[in-house]
Design a protein around this ligand. Structure first.
Ligand SMILES: [Zn+2]
Ligand SMILES: [Zn+2]
Length: 605
């Protein structure tokens, strides 16, 4: 009975007949299950009534006769009907002759307890296919029925042979597919392994999965094939992870070759990282992990939307994987690959990521001492990229948020703060060039230049006063003379290899840098006002809060810049105060002609 029977007609009588037939089938099944003869009798009753209501329908008559015969266990007459049907179809030169009839006949012989005929008819179906070489909806089921027959009688070798024959048959007769023909030997290799081990049960399971895999349409079927392959491998992980790992390796190569035409450059960027991760797990005989990495790589490969973000996520996942295994040298390798990736694409959006990689690398170096040339070669351009993609305004607000943090500098967050401090000292080249170019261009237009500086400078005052209030009274320590190196590369290497855990040292360094930039900007602005003839306004620019104690303690140049603009505008009394307060920034000069004594502001250091 089929659904079409119902769909083809609006005739209520036929619908009713269909329902009765369906009901009869279900009742019959229930009768067998519960061994209840009353149910069987009910079915018999229906099967007698139904044909009378549709006398002119041969199909219905036939169905009812067959079912009645089945109930009466008169299998021979049903077999005869199906044999005739098969012969008729074959004579009509049909490609598909309804081969499931072979299997059904075999089933009826089984009901007759005729095992030889049962076997013969299951076999006939397979033979029919092999002599005709076509694939229809009955092909797989007919092969499987024969295999199940062998399984039923525990002839596992024969069952496996049938499945293997089916696989060969499918590869031969399905439309040609690179993936199918390439994956088949990989699967068969696993099957052979289990056969050699005498584990026929598992060999059969793998064969069945392999058949499902062979049946997947490989046009755009990569994902489905991959799911099926994972399922297949899942069946052998616990028993044969070495073999499973080997299979994954070959499977990966197949996919790579399959993909090779429009091969994404992103994929080739990340390939070495995956290759290394896999080989490390294999060397450690950690095959489960190796398979996991294979899977991650393959999932990326078959992903239809490979983009910057997904590649970055994959890199991070690889690195994290080795972090949890505490394999820090490999973790560093993974970040080295990621760092190179960031440098290659120079995307401004990657700035935060670059900061993360920088901090992580320094942390690894500090906590495990690992850092090799390759990492160092990546590290310098990465920090350069970071510095240049980080606007001083943004550095300022980022740092301002955590200005009260008293984190020790060997922690990850502490390293991050020290990185921001490095960015105070070495502000973005783009920013500096932009400032310089505009100052040059607007040289002759003081009003515009003043407006430009006022809006574009970073006003460090609040931060200077904050830090000074908290740390200004502690003794000043300047440790390293190379700390204000004009060579950024040297500064990077110095930053990478040192951890300054003395709070007063790094606070005084920060104050020094902030005062330096702040006073330079003030001077620039003051010059504009002076040029406009407003020397008073120029002098009043210099905030006395900033240029008193903070500048006096932390930056001599700031004091001297301040004095250069304020001292000469001041009244005699104010001058005396300044001379007294900023005495270490003055030189007492004696005029040899007049014997007059006067103060001169010392030049910048
Ligand atoms: Zn068929
Ligand atoms: Zn394992």
């Amino acid at each position: 009975m089929n659904r079409k029977f119902l769909e083809e007609t609006n005739d209520l009588q036929r619908c009713l007949t269909y329902c009765y037939l369906k009901l009869a089938t279900l009742t019959q099944a229930q009768g067998y299950k519960e061994n209840d003869n009353r149910l069987t009798e009910k079915v018999r009753d229906w099967l007698e009534k139904i044909p009378k209501s549709l006398k002119d329908d041969f199909q219905v008559q036939q169905i009812c006769t067959n079912n009645m015969n089945y109930l009466n266990e008169d299998f021979d007459s049903i077999i005869n009907i199906y044999r005739k049907e098969l012969q008729k179809n074959e004579q009509n030169n049909k490609v598909c002759i309804g081969e499931d009839a072979f299997s059904y006949i075999a089933h009826l012989y089984a009901r007759n307890k005729n095992r030889d005929e049962e076997h013969r008819w299951y076999n006939l179906a397979v033979q029919y296919f092999q002599s005709h070489g076509h694939i229809c909806k009955h092909t797989v089921i007919c092969f499987c029925k024969l295999a199940h027959f062998y399984e039923k009688y525990e002839n596992m070798i024969a069952a496996m042979n049938v499945y293997e024959t089916l696989i060969i048959y499918l590869v031969e007769h399905l439309p040609c597919s690179f993936l199918r023909t390439s994956i088949k030997p990989i699967g068969m290799n696993i099957v052979d392994h289990f056969k050699k081990q005498g584990d026929n049960k598992r060999a059969l399971l793998v064969l069945q999965d392999l058949i499902d895999l062979m049946l997947i349409e490989s046009v755009n079927g990569e994902r489905e094939i991959n799911e099926q392959f994972k399922k297949l491998i899942g069946k052998c992980m616990d028993a044969a992870c070495v073999v499973a790992n080997l299979a994954y390796g070959k499977y990966l190569e197949v996919l790579l070759r399959h993909k090779s035409q429009p091969f994404d450059s992103y994929i080739s960027d990340i390939e070495p990282a995956f290759r290394q991760a896999i080989s490390i797990h294999q060397t450690d005989k950690n095959y489960c992990k190796s398979i996991e990495i294979h899977q991650q790589y393959i999932e990326l490969l078959i992903n239809s939307t490979i983009n910057h973000e997904s590649i970055v996520a994959a890199f991070k996942r690889l690195a994290y994987n080795f972090e949890t295994l505490r394999l820090f040298d490999v973790e560093l390798d993974m970040y080295t690959y990621l760092g190179k990736f960031i440098i290659k694409y120079q995307k401004n959006d990657d700035r935060v990521l670059a900061g993360f990689v920088i901090v992580r690398c320094k942390f690894i170096k500090m906590s495990s001492g690992v850092f090799h040339d390759e990492a160092q070669q990546m590290f310098i351009p990465l920090i350069k990229f970071y510095r240049n993609s980080f606007e001083p305004h943004a550095v300022y607000s980022e740092y301002f948020k955590s200005r009260h943090a008293t984190l020790p500098r060997h922690t990850v967050s502490g390293i991050y703060l020290s990185l921001l401090e490095l960015c105070f000292q070495y502000r973005s080249e783009f920013y500096q060039n932009h400032m310089k170019k505009n100052i040059d261009d607007l040289r002759n237009s003081s009003v515009e230049l003043a407006a430009f500086i006022t809006t574009y400078r970073v006003n460090y005052k609040a931060l200077i006063l904050e830090i000074f209030k908290k740390y200004g009274n502690q003794p000043i320590v300047h440790r390293s003379s190379t700390q204000f190196s004009s060579n950024f590369e040297a500064a990077i290497i110095n930053w990478l290899s040192t951890v300054e855990n003395d709070r007063t040292v790094y606070r005084s360094q920060v104050l020094h840098s902030l005062l330096e930039w702040h006073s330079i900007d003030d001077v620039c602005l003051a010059k504009c006002y002076a040029q406009m003839g407003d020397k008073q306004r120029a002098a009043s620019l210099f905030d006395t809060d900033v240029y008193s104690d903070p500048a006096l303690r932390f930056n001599s140049n700031a004091c001297r810049r301040f004095l250069q603009h304020v001292y000469h505008q001041a009244s005699a009394e104010e001058r005396r105060k300044l001379e007294h307060r900023y005495q270490q920034h003055f030189l007492l000069v004696c005029d040899s002609f007049s014997d007059d004594m006067y103060f001169e502001i010392l030049p910048l250091e």
